[in-house]
Every structure is written in C-alpha cells, then in structure tokens.
Design a protein around this ligand. Structure first.
Ligand SMILES: [Zn+2]
Length: 199
C-alpha cells in the first residue's frame, strides 16, 4: 500500500523571501510511515533532472536547532539549494528520527555519548542498530513524482547505494558540507571515520 494522500501549495519564508513549494504527503504500509515531498519548480522542462535531498527527520535539530548534530544546517542548505534550482525536491522522513531508532533511543544514545562514547558505540551500548533507516519509501516517492534520474545532495554513500537498489539512478552526488560546532565535531568525525561519509 503506497499512496500520495494529499497535495497542496505551501508558502514558506526563507531568508526574507516568500517561496511557494508544492507539498505532497505520502503514506506507506502503516500510518507511522509518512513522508512529505516539497518540490520547487522554476523554468523546469521535461528533461530537467531534479536536485534532491532525502532528509531524515530530527526533532532536536530541525525544530530546536540543536548543535549536537548537523541536521538543521543540512536542511537549510537543502532549502537554499532547491529554491535556487530549476527543479529541486526535499523528501522529509519523520520516521527516520535518530537514524531510524526513534526519539527515545536517540536521547538515550546522547546520554551514553555524555559518558564519552562516540555515536556508533553509544548505539551499540543501548542495543540499538547504528543505522536503521530504509530508503524504499523515498524511492517510491521519486518514482511517483516521475523522477528516476536525480542529483542527490548527500555525504552518505549508504544512501546512494540504498536508493540505487530501489531503482533510482543517481547521476551526480552533491556534497552537503556544513560548519562544525563545538558540540557536533565528534559526531561529524564519527560519520567520516566509522560510517564512510565523505566529509
Ligand atoms: Zn539531527
């Protein structure tokens, strides 16, 4: 079961500018697997390849601008990129919270990190997977929107592999680099050293 449940136009304010985005809401299998695709079009034609960000939801980062991760900075960069592009898409996945282990486990893992563990060992110590995210839903959404070929904003080689396995052709990887903060430096180092991120 996979449905494009609803769509509308979402006016957003970005850096003092009003921007109108197409908003598509999707649901997969169970209502707990929901996602939103935000599409920006400007002078796109049928051959335009979209630039895409597949963004894992992060309550602490995206909403409260936590400095422990780089999610807020990544999301702002993605918004700036899609708004500047002829055709840009952000697929937002709330159920990817904490790399798919959920909010409670993420905060438990933060507490382990406060004791000195890195993000990978913190997850292991609470018995949670290091990364539980699945990319079938964003691949289905891209196909539903009519885009099999994309440019992807990511530093994560696993995301590229996973989307490719679900039939999406990534013709270009665009790095998504943000400024480290005092609090997320180790988080970013762990991504680079233990999770093969290109940072
Ligand atoms: Zn985050």
């Amino acid at each position: 079961m996979f449905r494009d449940i609803a769509r509308t136009t979402l006016p957003v304010e970005f850096e003092g500018q009003e921007v109108h985005l197409e908003a598509h809401a999707y649901e997969d299998d169970t209502p707990s697997f929901q996602a939103m695709a935000l599409v920006h079009r400007s002078r796109a034609n049928n051959n335009t390849v979209p630039i895409v960000r597949v963004h894992s939801g992060c309550v602490t980062g995206d909403i409260f601008h936590s400095l422990r991760c780089d999610c807020y900075a990544q999301l702002q960069l993605a918004l700036a990129t899609i708004i500047a592009a002829k055709l840009g898409i952000i697929i937002y996945l709330p159920h990817h919270e904490g790399r798919g282990i959920g909010l409670v486990n993420k905060i438990k893992a933060y507490a382990e990190q406060d004791r000195g563990l890195d993000t990978v060992d913190a997850n292991i110590s609470i018995g949670a997977p290091i990364d539980a995210r699945d990319y079938e839903l964003p691949a289905k959404i891209l196909k539903d929107l009519g885009y099999i070929k994309i440019e992807l904003m990511t530093n994560n080689p696993l995301k590229i592999k996973a989307l490719s396995n679900h039939g999406i052709e990534i013709i270009k990887q665009c790095q998504s680099l943000t400024e480290p903060s005092e609090y997320n430096r180790r988080y970013l180092e762990t991504k680079r050293e233990r999770m093969a991120h290109k940072l």
